[in-house]
Design a protein around this ligand. Sequence first.
Ligand code: GUN
Ligand code: FE
Length: 445
Amino acid sequence: MLKILIKNAEFITMNAKEEIIYGDLLIEGDRIKAMGGELCDQAADKVIDAKGKTVIPGFIQTHIHLCQTLFRGQADDLELLDWLKQRIWPLEASHDEESVYYSAMLGIGELIQSGTTTIMDMETVHHTDYAFQALSQSGIRALSGKVMMDKGGEVPTGLREVTARSLQQSVDLLEKWHGFDNGRLKYAFSPRFVISCTEELLKEVQRLSDSYKVNVHTHASENRGEIEIVQLETGMRNVVYLDHLGLANDRLILAHCVWLNEEEKKIIQERGVHVSHCPGSNLKLASGIAETPDLLDRHISLSLGADGAPCNNNLDMFNEMRLAALIQKPAHGPTSMNANTVFKMATIGGARAVGMEKEIGSLEPGKKADLAILNLNDFHLYPSFGVDPVSRIVYSATRHDVETTIINGQIVMENRRLNTLDQDIVLKEANRSIKRVLKRAEILV
Ligand code: GUN
Ligand code: FE
């Protein structure tokens, strides 16, 4: 088992006491073996001198679409339903195996470089096996699944699915990938949103998630037009409908939840449903501002996600943390979402959302070795004297301050050099892929 010793660092642990400790951390295999004080470096295969540096738990993003990374910049300045119909669905329908693979690799490169170590990812309808191959090769920790869409008149024929096939393909992918690499990869059923799923499909997803004990990941109450359609078709609001189908439980992760009413908030709270807050996407798609201070007051499980590259346009947790804090302050006061609260959402909150709070989300002996080493010695981070270490990360640091990223005990980036993917090849192939996809989608550039 490989042993890595990180020496002389400041550790923002995010353990139950939210301790900040100084000294060394020893990784043995995929787990943190020991931390704090001075640890002997005789037995280590590799020693990283982190003097003057800060180590944080790797970020956990609970709503990402790696299949959309290729579409960065191809769908700006639109509202959700136009964004989907005019750009995203035709583009997703035009994906091929290679474009799905490089879209994932491009996104993963960006995520690892900015300190994200775990993602809850939603793929497109087809070629999801290629996204899983990228996930497996890159070393990132992920829960992912093919998106399910068996309803909706305006869905391109290339995406529109037959219910039974959508379910069968999901189960086939689950059987192949769930638990891969000692649990580093997991499967999550991913019905797109109520509008594009039949009741039959959603009921079967509920049954399957129950029997396999895997997560369900979907979008809900993101946009007012979406809610109107759901109300018209089902006679109910999103969360009420999902609860009616038996889906509202602690394995359900709902992205966005911008426009919840009182009844929906109560269901989410009582059933232990998890909300993935996506402030960057919610602003760019003009969806609205989620009432996160109210959700936190109700002790609702809240975490963060950048969503997809074409609605953000980055996959950068530093940006999401900053936005999550700042957007609440004008309406709810300067302390409504403080630095510590959003940092918790970005780490241990994400772990709780994906049911892995015993494994990831904090730096503690026995947990998986998922972490980022930050170098906070730069103009934009000084003075450091007398400044709260978490405030420095949330309000002053940027993704460029991430120096090294370790996932599952593997050094996936060291001194800003990615070890598991070739940046030059990924950038080149990303351009080649989007050119092909745009042509197939008959979108002129
Ligand atoms: N709702 C349904 N599909 C999507 C998607 O791909 N992105 C976002 N942000 N919302 C959605
Ligand atoms: Fe999304």
